[in-house]
Design a protein around this ligand. Structure first.
Ligand code: UTP
Length: 293
């Protein structure tokens, strides 16, 4: 029996420089795809996968994320006074259970590996998930749920992967494909950060969802800096791969990198076209705009 995945870490302490000036005073993770903040999509995905405890690694200027997952008494009283039951029900559905959220601060944004390490006391000695909220997933079931299904069979560490254009491997963390477990999962036999196409072990990239064993914290605690002079999660995972199995889970669904502008805009279109309350009006407007180009 594998230990259940009860806790998820959301690293949200980055500076979001690619979205300046929008992110000067507002966290990138609060940018909206249609009408939900990026962080809400990641939290929804985690809850669907059975996560009970949500751990946010925040930084300066990120207090609004904490407020987003709290009760807003004045707003709710006003909505209630105006009989806005639908809006109230929506807020109630999204509100995490009392005591199921924790917030810690990464005092200096030293890299993703460092952000995850900052959650070590809150995670403790059990396997856990990491979700990068700027990677927004569209799939049924959600990406983390698909990973948990694989994990129940394999245990170990699981990375969700998607296919990239083979010419663009230099933009991603790429994995090597070992023995197949079934059609959707395989043993990872290599992990290379941003390889040139001619040396890339495959075109499968790590898409921002991880299930990790707690031994990763010992490796992260060495605080070794890697690419970009940041403490990289990939470097610690590579070391852990010497001792533990890593599996790739081919995510059946679409991944939108909302950390860059084109990915963010594309996600807005994709999610809007999926919304019955919006698509009817939006699609003709979009078509007219595109045909006019
Ligand atoms: P990114 O590198 O995409 O985010 O990190 P960033 O640094 O905020 O963005 P740019 O490149 O300056 O535009 C992926 C995720 O990891 C978090 C970010 O908040 C984001 O959710 N992160 C990154 C941290 O929490 N701490 C860090 O030191 C770095």
């Amino acid at each position: 029996m594998t230990a259940p995945i009860r806790k998820a870490v959301f690293p949200v302490a980055g500076l979001g420089t690619r979205f300046l000036p929008a992110t000067k005073a507002m966290p990138k993770e609060m940018l909206t795809v249609v009408d939900r903040p990026l962080i809400q999509y990641a939290v929804d995905e985690a809850r669907e996968a059975g996560i009970e405890h949500l751990i946010f690694v925040t930084g300066r200027n990120k207090a609004v994320i904490e407020d987003h997952f709290d009760v807003q008494y004045e707003l709710e009283a006003t909505l209630s006074g105006r009989g806005k039951q639908e809006a109230l029900a929506l807020l109630a559905k999204d509100l995490p259970k009392p005591g199921s959220t924790s917030f810690t601060r990464q005092q200096v944004p030293l890299g993703l590996g460092h952000a995850v390490w900052c959650a070590r006391e809150l995670v403790g000695n059990e396997p856990f998930a990491v979700l990068l909220p700027d990677m927004v997933m569209k799939g049924e079931p959600g990406c983390l749920k698909q990973m948990v299904e694989v994990y129940k069979e394999t245990g170990g560490n699981i990375l969700a992967v998607g296919e990239c254009d083979p010419a663009e491997t230099y933009q991603y963390g790429i994995v090597g494909i070992g023995a197949e477990i079934d059609g959707s999962a395989f043993r990872i036999n290599a992990m290379v950060e941003k390889p040139k196409p001619e040396v890339a072990p495959s075109n499968l990239y790590i898409n921002g969802r991880y299930i990790l064993q707690p031994q990763i914290f010992d490796l992260l605690s060495k605080q070794e800096k890697g690419a970009g002079n940041e403490i990289q999660l990939t470097d610690a995972m590579l070391r852990l791969m010497d001792r533990q199995y890593f599996y790739g889970c081919r995510f059946a669904g679409d991944t939108y990198d909302c950390g860059n502008k084109v990915g963010f805009l594309t996600a807005n279109v994709a999610f809007a076209l999926d919304r019955p309350d919006i698509a009817g009006e939006f699609l003709p407007a979009l078509k007219a705009m595109v045909e006019g180009k």
